[in-house]
Design a protein around this ligand. Structure first.
Ligand SMILES: [Ca+2]
Length: 385
């Protein structure tokens, strides 16, 4: 004698035997007429609010009999327990399973192309005497490599150590070994497998790490110091172009391309650097002359000579922008070479505001001091009246 009914109340004369969910129509209950009563009285109080797992979320907010809730965990956490519960319609309102937990485990293995890896118990302290292995592997997209960004990092310096390997550890391609509380810079793999090993010792633990990973093709080629980059492509065939700031010379090719060879990705050729050259010939209406490696010291092993040669209608004017104290000397000649008349030898203590040539050429020569010296100056080429 199935009786279908709707609404919140069960008919007074009836008792519940069982309730079940039916297709589309909601609940259908089997009732027993009062004169056949053997069973506990049905009541329609809902299940209790089961809560929401820490580091997780819940879909569903109805707690009545037959209502279903589903749970999931934030990225990096594994759901422990039932991901789906139903409010049972027996004599007592209970969920079919207890609230699940979201746990950050010691180690993980994933084939996702993006996600988060967490140290065990994160953000609570990890445990002592643990070795946790995390493996990220893409089997389908062989052409991919990984980019890893640290969202958080705090381990006991020198004792609780994170190692990141390109490929499996037995390949011995260590990308990074880190400990301490400074958030490391991002890491880029060259392979489609990355292994992360986290070893803790017997004593002192911290909150550990959260690492976000995603697939990339070529790694970030960076921006050269004292230069700029045009282009953000990282896929095979993408090209980016580099340019150096004034006074710097590009060493390498200005244009590099992301190349794929089997499952490896790399830039060809390597990204260039911008250096201030040791000597050279300058021309044009204005420019910089910088000591090699400016603004950093340069270990001196050879003389650096610069010659400025401009249109014959012009003379040259120099102004210092910076010169290192104890810089030995910078010799400046009024002409094309060091046989020309010496305008002066300059040190930081006696810098003129500007130096002018009497003709359209000027020669500059560093005095080789044999120590790390660095000097810098700026040159403007001005018109002769
Ligand atoms: Ca420790």
């Amino acid at each position: 004698f199935n009786i279908s009914f709707s609404g919140k109340e069960i008919p007074v004369t009836s008792k519940l035997l069982d309730c079940k969910i039916t297709y589309m129509t909601g609940r259908e209950c089997v009732l027993i007429q009062a004169d056949l009563l053997l069973f506990a009285e049905y009541n329609l109080e809902p299940c209790e609010d089961p809560g929401i797992p820490q580091f997780g979320s819940r879909i569903g907010f109805n707690f009545g009999v037959g209502d279903i809730l589903t749970f999931s965990c934030s990225s990096g956490y594994r759901l422990e327990g039932a991901s789906e519960v139903i409010c049972l319609g027996g004599g007592r309102r209970v969920w079919s399973a207890p609230l699940p937990r979201c746990v950050a485990e010691c180690g993980a293995s994933t084939t996702n192309n993006e996600g988060i890896l967490l140290s065990p118990n994160y953000p609570l302290n990890y445990e002592n005497n643990h070795e946790c292995i995390y493996s990220i592997q893409l089997t389908i997209k062989l052409w991919c490599s990984f980019s890893l960004q640290f969202l958080a990092f705090d381990t006991e310096a020198s004792h609780d150590i994170l190692r990141v390997w390109d490929g499996p550890p037995e390949n011995e391609m260590l990308l990074k070994e880190i400990s301490g509380s400074l958030i490391p810079e991002g890491i880029h793999s060259t392979l489609n497998i990355v292994t992360i090993q986290f070893d803790t010792d017997f004593y002192i633990s911290k909150s550990g790490f959260a690492i976000q990973f995603s697939t990339t093709a070529c790694r970030d080629p960076g921006v050269p110091m004292n230069g700029t980059r045009n282009g953000d492509g990282r896929e095979p065939g993408d090209t980016v172009i580099f340019q150096c700031d004034p006074g710097y010379e590009l060493q390498g090719d200005e244009r590099i391309t992301c190349i794929q060879v089997e499952n490896r990705y790399f830039w060809q050729p390597n990204p260039p650097v911008c250096i201030a050259p040791c000597g050279g010939n300058l021309t044009g209406s204005s420019g910089f002359i910088l000591s090699p490696n400016f603004p950093h010291p340069y270990p001196h092993s050879r003389d650096c000579d610069w010659t400025i040669n401009v249109n014959s209608d012009y003379v040259i004017s120099l102004a210092f922008i910076s010169i290192e104290p104890n810089y030995d000397f910078l010799y400046i000649y009024d002409g094309p070479d060091n046989n020309s008349p010496l305008i002066g030898s300059f040190q930081d203590s006696k810098l003129p505001e500007r130096i002018e040539s009497s003709s359209n050429t000027m020669h500059l020569k560093e005095n080789r001091g044999g120590i790390d010296l660095f000097g810098v100056f700026f040159s403007i080429y001005s018109e002769s009246n």
